[in-house]
Design a binder for this molecule. Structure first.
Ligand code: MEV
Length: 295
């Protein structure tokens, strides 16, 4: 039995959303797949290796299994993961593996949880592992589509293509969120105003996305990126790449936690790959083996 859940892009509003401002986020067509089978002990298999419950190698899957045991008690499970979402890169791989695992366990143990209940469990896993988080990633991964978060307002974008550039520099969301919290402590008034500005960008941006106004949206990508840089989640390498792209008329911004990870833009550029905004959230697949995965 295989389940899957999508990765996501945050189009506007990352970090500010941790401080109760709005973010515009969308599921994408890259998914994480989890195969779950009943077993006497716990076994987790991924590209990081084969472990039992292991909060260092497999923190999100281990926490998902532990939290699911509160829904129904079971002896053991074998969980195998294959993912098309680059890890630790801002594309929501952690939330996707969490939601896909919980969806698989729900199916395997016939616990009939609703999507809302799966989201609540995934949200708790995010908090248990990261300590802080807005819930945006597990929400998008569970329900799919494009949304303004936290109010859960559905957005229907006029266009569905975005371009993603992976800096290949990995970063840990919890550390990036903690870094913003530390810098905010020093200048809370300044940071609150930056978060307010990002909130205004999200609202404006969601409207422009529905109207399909690319040029205005690019101006908001530009401003949001500068504000992310101001709160310290960009890097000198990202700043110079973004400046070089701007000279060529391409406006890119960090998506997700920053500190490396991925950039998104509305126009293609060298090294960037296309992703599609995707309506589909978590689902139970109708195939039982991995043959589909490499195609
Ligand atoms: C991570 O994808 C987005 C952040 O805003 C953290 C969060 O919302 O939990 C950086």
């Amino acid at each position: 039995m295989i389940s899957s859940a999508p990765g996501k892009v945050i189009i506007f509003g990352e970090h500010a959303v941790v401080y109760k401002r709005r973010a515009l986020a969308s599921a994408i067509n890259l998914r994480c797949y989890v195969k779950a089978e009943k077993k006497d002990d716990i076994e987790i298999i991924s590209e990081y290796g084969k472990t039992g419950l292991d909060f260092r190698v497999h923190p999100f899957i281990s926490q998902s299994i532990v939290n699911f045991k509160e829904v129904t008690d079971f002896k053991g499970v074998r969980v195998e993961v294959r993912s098309k979402i680059p890890p630790a890169s801002g594309l929501g791989s952690s939330a996707a593996v969490t939601v896909a695992t919980l969806t698989a366990l729900n199916e395997l143990f016939s616990t009939s949880l609703t999507k809302d209940e799966i989201f609540e469990l995934a949200r708790k896993v995010e908090l248990d592992v990261q300590g802080k988080g807005s819930g945006t990633d597990p929400f998008i991964s569970t329900f799919g589509g494009a949304w303004i978060f936290p109010e859960r307002k559905k957005v229907n974008p006029k266009f569905t293509r975005l371009f993603v550039y992976d800096t290949k520099k990995r970063s840990i969301t919890a550390e990036m969120v903690a870094g913003v919290a530390e810098r905010r402590e020093i200048f809370p008034e300044v940071f609150e105003r930056i978060f307010d500005a990002i909130d205004a960008i999200t609202l404006e941006g969601a409207d422009l996305f529905e109207k399909g106004e690319v040029e205005k949206l690019e101006k908001l990508f530009f401003i949001n990126q500068k504000l992310l840089s101001a709160i310290g989640v960009s890097t000198p390498e990202i700043d110079s790449l973004v400046a070089e792209l701007e000279r060529r008329g391409v406006f890119a911004k960090i998506t997700g936690a920053g500190g490396g990870g991925c950039l998104i833009s509305l126009k293609p550029f060298e090294g960037a790959f296309e992703v599609k905004i995707n309506e589909e959230g978590a689902r139970v697949e109708d195939f039982e083996d991995w043959r589909f995965f490499d195609n």
